[in-house]
Every structure is written in C-alpha cells, then in structure tokens.
Design a protein around this ligand. Structure first.
Ligand SMILES: *[C@@H]1O[C@H](CO)[C@@H](O)[C@H](O)[C@H]1NC(C)=O
Ligand SMILES: *[C@@H]1O[C@H](CO)[C@@H](O)[C@H](O)[C@H]1NC(C)=O
Ligand SMILES: *[C@@H]1O[C@H](CO)[C@@H](O)[C@H](O)[C@H]1NC(C)=O
Ligand SMILES: *[C@@H]1O[C@H](CO)[C@@H](O)[C@H](O)[C@H]1NC(C)=O
Ligand SMILES: *[C@@H]1O[C@H](CO)[C@@H](O)[C@H](O)[C@H]1NC(C)=O
Ligand SMILES: *[C@@H]1O[C@H](CO)[C@@H](O)[C@H](O)[C@H]1NC(C)=O
Ligand SMILES: *[C@@H]1O[C@H](CO)[C@@H](O)[C@H](O)[C@H]1NC(C)=O
Ligand SMILES: *[C@@H]1O[C@H](CO)[C@@H](O)[C@H](O)[C@H]1NC(C)=O
Ligand SMILES: *[C@@H]1O[C@H](CO)[C@@H](O)[C@H](O)[C@H]1NC(C)=O
Ligand SMILES: *[C@@H]1O[C@H](CO)[C@@H](O)[C@H](O)[C@H]1NC(C)=O
Ligand SMILES: *[C@@H]1O[C@H](CO)[C@@H](O)[C@H](O)[C@H]1NC(C)=O
Length: 485
C-alpha cells in the first residue's frame, strides 16, 4: 500500500513538473492610489495601468471574479445610472486615439456571471503596467502588447477593472510571454477609496507578493472553482468587542445572547470579493448585529450598509474555520457618520455571503492559480517596507521578518514610497542603498516635507510610530540587481 501511494504521488509530481516555471522572473508591482487619469479631471483610486498607444492612463479597480480587464468607453456615461458617472469610472478610453487597438468581433467573453453590470466590445491592445515606488521618481512600465481587453459601452457600475478571476487574461498573457514566473498574484486593496474614507494605499503584485505587506502566520485555503469568486472561506464565529471593556466579547452566534435563535447557526461559506465594500452575512447574524448595536437600514453609499443609531467604539472579529481571525478596527466598524461595513439582508435572499473590500482592508491576499490555492495573512497597514518578491507557483510566500533594531534609521536612509509606505525594495538592496545615498542629499528636504505631510494624514485616522522606520529588506540578491523595469 505504501509503495502504491509512493508511486501515485511520484506520478503526480512528475506530471506537475512538466510545466516549467521560470522563478527568476521578477514580479510586477503596481500600486493602488488616487491619481490623474485620462478623461477625468478628478483623481481616481485604483491600479496604475494604461491602455493603448500612446498610453491613456487609468485607475483600474481589481476584481477577483472578473476575468477580463476592461476600460470605460468615452460614451459610457451617455446612458448609465452610475452615480456621478463622468467623474467616477476610473478613467475613459478613447479607442480612436489608440494606434494599437483592433476590435475582435468574434471574441467569446469569459465573463458570463456578471449579471448585467455592464456590456462591452472586445479587442486587442497594449496594456501598460506602471511601477511607481518613489514619489520623487517617474514610473517605469511593463508593456504587455496585444492583450485582450474589453471596452465597456453601457452599464450601471464603474467598469474600469483589472480582472483577476480564475481565467484572468492579464495573468495568462503575462505568464505565456514569460514576463512573470507563474499565474500568481497578490493584493492589498488599501483604504484610500472614498467609501473607506482612509488614507492607506494598496498594491497589486503580478507574479509575486510584497513581503513587507503582511505579518504573522500564513493561512492556506483551496480555491473553490465553482464559485464566481473562487477565493472562498468558511466563517466560524463573529465577535463584537467594546473597546472600553475588552472582556465584553459578544458572539453573534450565541443563542444565550440572542434567544430568537433556537440553535447555534452553522458555520457559513463566504466568498472573498472586491466587487462590493460592505460584508454580506447570513440573515440571522445580520439581525443579531442590528439588535446588538441598534443598527438601522441606510443607503448613503448605494450599497445598503447599515447605520448605527448611536456611536459604538469597538471592533468586529471574523473567525474563520482554521482559527484565522480578522478584526475590523473601530474606525472601520463605524465611520464618522455611524455607517458600518455590514450590509442589510433580506430573509429570503439567496445571494452568496461576502467578505468584501472592508474585510480585505485588513488582509493581505496571495493567490496561486497554478495550484488553485490562496493564502491570507494579517496586512501590515502602518509604515512598512515595499518588498516585491517572486511568488513561484506551488511555493509558500514568506513574510519579511522585521529586525528589532534598525541602524538604518540613525543613518537617515528613508524612502517615501507611493504605496503608502516607507521603505526599500527587495531586489538588490545594495544597489538600492547606493541609489538612496546618492539621492539622499538632494531629496532630503523634499522628502522630509512629504513625510511630515504623510504623517499628518495618517495621524488623522491611524496611530503611527513617531518616526517612519526604514527596515532593510530580508536578503541580498546581488549587488546591482536593482533596475527599473
Ligand atoms: C528566466 O527569467 C530571467 C529573468 O527574467 C531571464 O533572464 C531568463 O532568461 C529566463 N530564463 C528562461 C529559461 O526563460
Ligand atoms: C440605455 O440603457 C438602457 C438600459 O441599460 C437600454 O435599455 C437603452 O437601450 C439604452 N439606450 C441607448 C441609447 O443606448
Ligand atoms: C471567470 O471564468 C471562470 C471560468 O474560468 C468562471 O467560472 C467565472 O464565472 C468567470 N467570471 C465571471 C465574472 O463570469
Ligand atoms: C447571477 O444571476 C444568475 C441567474 O439569475 C444566478 O443564478 C446567479 O447566482 C447570479 N450571480 C450572482 C453573483 O449574483
Ligand atoms: C501616463 O503615465 C506615465 C507614467 O507615469 C507617464 O509617463 C505618462 O506621461 C502618462 N501619460 C499621460 C498622458 O499623462
Ligand atoms: C494579436 O492577438 C490576436 C488574438 O490573440 C491575434 O489574432 C493577432 O495575430 C495578434 N497580433 C499580433 C500582431 O501579434
Ligand atoms: C462616513 O460616511 C459619510 C457618508 O455619509 C462620509 O461623508 C464621511 O466622509 C465618512 N467619514 C469617514 C471618516 O470616513
Ligand atoms: C475608544 O476606546 C479606546 C479604548 O478605551 C480609547 O482609547 C479611544 O479613545 C476611544 N475612541 C473614541 C473615538 O472614543
Ligand atoms: C475576545 O475576542 C477576541 C477576538 O476573537 C479574542 O482575541 C479575545 O481573546 C477575546 N477575549 C476574551 C476575553 O474572550
Ligand atoms: C423575498 O420576499 C419579498 C417579499 O417578502 C419579495 O418581494 C422578494 O421578491 C423575495 N425575493 C426572493 C429572492 O425570493
Ligand atoms: C497615497 O498615495 C498618494 C498619491 O496619490 C500620496 O499622496 C499619499 O501620501 C499616499 N498615502 C500615504 C498614507 O502614504
């Protein structure tokens, strides 16, 4: 029996190893923040990606369900019910201005489950993935030529989206052309969008992960490929804790606290999605939340997020079935207008349950579409270092261990990074130091001013350490390995 098992697993290993991954291909880091985009004179929060030639820059929202990467046609808002359409699509794409666009009328869309959010035409064009570490520097680009894109013509949502569904055309194309190591991808969505009201920027890493963005143990889950959002977990418990009374834990699953429930609710399956901001929980759990915190229906944001009658200073912890606990801090659980990130729910609703953008504001997500598994870990939200590492398929990401003491601070080597963080770069730390040391004198003043401003902005909502600490990256990968891509 043992030997049979051995041969079986050997066969599996052999058949798996026929796909060659080039794990020295560096990852592509694309930050998520507010920026100028083509066709809108107001900053848009999203991933820094351009389309066409010459490039029309956009802010694309990452979706874990949509497979296509889509851009908004210039005429989209002529007939759309999207609120403030002309200033909230993430950019506009005028295909007549692009010399590289060619329509593909015969293309069969991969996205079949989008349920009428928008419709578009398909074609091939160039996609520009911008990497922008330092605010003082220009961006560098990774060019993905002749990739399939969708141009949204009519619809009801903001359709400028980078699609990271299980058949993501961007990941497929990047991998097929040998640009990234495998169909791997990591996301920190950040909290800089208007709905979250925060200041922390996010990032995408294609073919990699940001080792500086997460901490603590890694939790691994299989993807559930039959779900529109394959990244699916089970929720075991949800606990509300009053910050002024930390022993006051109340479980929304507790039948003694909520006697309207005859038995403890079952654990439930929830899909991880960026397609909406508020969490959607089972009806009776939502009712318990409403009764515990005196919440009421509200639709300020058009997403049915519940609103509290009275302010509540406390947290909400979501406990997954493997014990991983994600805690929404007080400023997320209730914003200045008492609005919560929990959606109301109809008793007979058959919609899936969602752990959505509000959840991902606390979590770093790392997905491996070659082994159909994904990892979650606690996101590092405060000052950290940007350290993109290659995420080789079927390997486990490793968080950067922060040293207890950093001599770098005393040397004053501080880098302001647009990713909303301060720090350095995993690839070629020595080259990085060298560059930084050269630049330091020139940029010191500008940098200090910016850090001061950034600090003020952060202090408005988050606690931060007094001094932005620059932690050196974990390992050296060759003296002059660092170069702009
Ligand atoms: C692997 O990727 C590295 C870095 O992009 C590249 O220099 C090398 O040629 C690639 N190797 C193969 C076999 O494609
Ligand atoms: C406008 O949108 C509605 C619904 O999405 C559709 O029925 C109608 O045909 C559209 N009109 C035009 C001119 O595209
Ligand atoms: C993306 O493609 C997968 C199949 O690879 C499909 O299951 C999923 O529903 C698609 N996403 C959407 C939004 O249709
Ligand atoms: C989309 O609509 C179909 C048919 O009404 C339904 O089966 C499916 O669950 C819906 N998907 C989502 C994500 O709402
Ligand atoms: C788009 O962004 C790139 C990278 O920052 C920049 O070089 C280019 O000038 C931008 N294009 C426009 C039209 O602003
Ligand atoms: C671009 O992609 C399309 C569809 O994949 C293909 O038919 C076409 O030949 C490609 N064009 C070039 C110049 O590679
Ligand atoms: C809370 O939400 C309201 C929308 O009613 C918004 O105006 C306000 O800026 C938000 N406050 C914070 C601190 O996010
Ligand atoms: C919430 O409670 C904590 C702990 O008691 C306290 O430090 C904090 O100032 C409170 N915040 C507000 C907005 O009342
Ligand atoms: C309350 O719940 C939190 C989150 O699950 C947990 O970390 C903490 O230990 C609990 N405290 C008590 C007193 O049970
Ligand atoms: C749920 O019930 C309400 C009325 O109680 C009804 O209007 C609605 O159509 C029902 N929805 C579903 C999905 O059955
Ligand atoms: C987020 O990015 C913007 C650039 O759009 C920058 O001005 C801001 O300081 C960043 N936020 C933080 C907290 O660093």
């Amino acid at each position: 029996m043992a030997s049979l098992l051995f041969y079986l697993s050997a066969t599996v290993l052999l058949s798996q190893s026929t796909v060659a991954f080039n794990c020295s291909a560096p990852p592509i880091y694309v930050d998520i923040h507010k920026r100028a985009v083509h066709g809108i004179d107001r900053f848009q929060y999203g991933s820094f990606i351009g389309v066409g030639s010459p490039a029309q820059n956009q802010s694309l929202w990452p979706s874990l369900s949509q497979n296509h990467t889509s851009f908004t046609a210039s005429t989209y808002c002529d007939n759309s019910t999207l609120n403030d359409c002309s200033v909230s699509t993430g950019g506009f794409f005028d295909r007549d201005l692009s010399q590289s666009f060619s329509e593909n009328k015969n293309f069969k869309a991969y996205d079949k489950q989008r349920n009428g959010t928008f419709t578009g035409i398909f074609g091939q064009d160039d996609i520009h993935l911008y990497t922008h570490y330092f605010e003082t520097d220009g961006a560098s680009q990774t060019l993905l030529t002749n990739s399939t894109i969708e141009v949204a013509q009519t619809g009801v949502i903001a359709p400028s989206i980078v699609g990271i569904g299980q058949s993501s055309t961007v990941l497929d194309d990047l991998f097929a052309r040998g640009i990234i190591a495998g169909r791997t991808y990591s996301l920190y969505i950040g909290q800089g969008m208007n709905r979250a009201g925060g200041v922390v920027n996010g990032s995408n890493v294609f073919g990699g992960y940001d080792a500086g963005r997460f901490t603590g143990p890694l939790h691994k889950y299989p993807m559930k490929l039959t779900n529109m959002n394959p990244m699916t977990v089970r929720v075991n418990d949800i606990i509300i804790t009053d910050s002024n009374n930390p022993t006051s834990n109340i479980s929304l699953f507790d039948t003694t606290k909520f006697p309207s429930m005859k038995t403890r609710p079952n654990t439930f399956e929830a899909q991880i999605t960026t397609d909406q901001y508020p969490l959607s929980l089972p009806y009776e759990i939502t009712q318990n939340f409403i009764s515990q915190l005196s919440a009421e229906e509200d639709n300020t944001w058009g997403d049915n997020s519940l609103k509290l009658k009275n302010p509540f200073n406390g947290t909400l912890s979501i406990v997954l079935d493997d014990g991983f606990t994600v805690t929404l801090p007080p400023e997320v659980l209730m914003n200045a207008s008492n609005i919560t990130p929990i959606q109301s729910r109809k008793p007979n609703s058959t919609e899936p349950f969602y752990l959505s953008t509000a959840f991902l504001g606390q979590v770093y997500l790392m997905a491996d579409f070659d082994s159909y598994s994904f990892y979650l870990a606690q996101a590092v939200i405060k000052n950290n270092a940007v350290m993109p590492e290659t995420f080789c398929p079927k390997t486990t990401p490793v968080a950067y261990e922060r040293p207890k003491q950093s001599k770098w601070v005393s040397q004053g080597l501080i880098g302001a990074v647009i990713g909303g963080v301060f720090g350095g770069l995993g690839l070629g730390i020595c080259a990085f130091c060298f560059v930084m040391a050269l630049r330091r004198r020139r940029d010191e003043k500008k940098l200090e001013e910016r850090l001061e401003k950034g600090k003020q902005a952060k202090l408005a909502q988050f606690e931060v350490e007094d001094v932005p600490v620059f932690d050196p990256p974990p390992k050296t990968k060759g003296i002059f390995a660092w170069k702009k891509r």
